[in-house]
Design a protein around this ligand. Structure first.
Ligand SMILES: Cc1cc2nc3c(=O)[nH]c(=O)nc-3n(C[C@H](O)[C@H](O)[C@H](O)COP(=O)(O)OP(=O)(O)OC[C@H]3O[C@@H](n4cnc5c(N)ncnc54)[C@H](O)[C@@H]3O)c2cc1C
Length: 369
């Protein structure tokens, strides 16, 4: 009888386990942290409503705030995108992780083993047994990928984010994005309101720029607009982390599959990995089920997730490459031009936060979102 071993109880690992449980198959989940929610707030949770609904993640009890629009700042100009209804949510990542764990644990088909970091030797030992199927859901710096010799992820974003309270936020339903090549080279800074008095400020920088993310964050915090936002605020928490923004060339080999950040299934434009990671984790669970029941090859995972998501992920990659090559002046000019030709209203009407391809299709078909 085959045994399914999941390495990592993040969103991808738990999405995989949940789908597999739905097929009536049990798995073991190894996790180095003490529980599923520890450190889950190292990352943010800005997610499109549509994407969340498409992913099937049960998110409603983790909603921290709702967003109706965003303001993009660059080179002294801004572009406002807005709807008169909720388009995205800020999700409490700890609550989301806790909720997923509680549901899985109650179902009794996933056996969690916390405080257990699988070493390279242990992973290789598990992989040698052909009756084991190993799911590498172990995040951006995947030990599973390195132990089993998968090709490397080429591009990473280093992040630093902090949460502040006691802020007076005028409009708590807009997220701000700041393209500032001095403070956030190769990516951007953001300000995301949790409520009228709590806000998250963060930056991402291209790892190849050899900049320290904490220092870059301090620099970003000193920019006039952020300084004004943070006046009189109280720092609650701060975290550094990492996001992969390029897809691994291979994500299936023998009895090992990679899912989520470990596979690089992340939108390179924004660093959002929850929607695509969980969609691909479900595809992996379907293939594992078919492999156990009908001997379908595990390679099928590679084919299916690439067919479902690769075009979109590539488009995000191309757009990231384009904007990260712009100077602040060029970006500012682009925003001015976008305002002049009313791109803002086109994107507000037809934009899809997760899929540029769907955005283009919506514009062509005049299909409002
Ligand atoms: C600052 C920041 C902001 C972000 N904002 C957003 C956002 O707004 N929207 C969005 O969609 N995405 C966002 N992301 C990305 C998103 O958080 C990730 O894509 C997602 O969490 C990846 O989930 P995962 O399960 O693949 O990996 P992870 O969440 O990294 O989980 C991997 C797990 O594996 C465990 N592990 C690793 N190695 C081992 C081992 N050898 N043995 C046992 N356990 C192991 C780790 O402890 C970890 O818990 C953000 C990321 C960051 C850093």
């Amino acid at each position: 009888m085959k045994k399914v071993i999941v390495v990592g109880a993040g969103i991808a690992g738990m999405s995989f386990a949940s789908r597999l449980c739905g097929h009536g198959i049990t798995c073991e989940i190894y996790e180095s942290r003490r529980n599923a929610s520890e450190n889950a707030d190292r990352a943010s949770g800005i997610l499109s409503k549509k994407g969340l609904e498409r992913s099937g993640i049960k998110y409603k009890s983790s909603i921290e705030n709702n967003l109706i629009g965003g303001i993009v700042h660059a080179g002294g100009n801004e572009l406002r995108l807005r709807k008169n209804r909720t388009v995205a949510y800020i999700i409490d990542r700890k609550k989301l992780a806790r909720g997923m764990y509680t549901e899985l644990n109650a179902g009794k088909c996933a056996k969690f083993k916390f405080r257990k970091r699988l070493s390279r030797a242990e992973l290789l030992e598990l992989g040698r047994d052909e009756n084991n199927i190993i799911i590498g859901a172990d995040g951006a710096v995947s030990g599973v990928a390195s132990a089993f010799g998968f090709p490397k992820i080429k591009e990473y974003i280093l992040t630093y984010k902090a949460v502040y309270s006691k802020i007076k936020i005028k409009n708590a339903h807009y997220v701000h994005l700041f393209f500032n090549s001095g403070a956030a080279p190769g990516f951007f800074g953001w300000a995301a309101p949790y409520s009228k008095s709590r806000m998250e400020i963060g930056i991402g920088i291209d790892s190849r720029k050899k900049t320290n993310s904490r220092q870059a964050f301090r620099k970003f915090s000193e920019t006039p607009i952020i300084k004004a936002m943070l006046k009189g605020s109280k720092l609650e928490s701060e975290h550094a982390s990492i996001i992969p923004i390029s897809v691994r060339k291979q994500t299936a080999a023998g009895n090992v599959l990679l899912v989520g950040d470990a596979a690089g299934q992340v939108k390179a434009t924004t660093g959002g990995g929850i929607i695509f990671g969980s969609l691909c984790a479900k595809i992996a669970a379907d293939v594992v089920y078919e492999n156990i029941r009908n001997n379908v090859s595990l390679w099928e995972y590679e084919r299916r997730w690439r067919k479902a998501c690769l075009k979109d992920l590539k488009m995000h990659g191309m757009i990231h490459k384009f904007y990260s090559g712009l100077t602040d002046r060029q970006f500012g000019f682009l925003l001015r031009a976008a305002n002049a030709i009313e791109i803002d209203s086109l994107l507000s009407k037809y934009g899809d936060m997760d899929s540029w391809l769907r955005t283009i299709k919506n514009i062509a078909l005049r299909k409002e979102q």
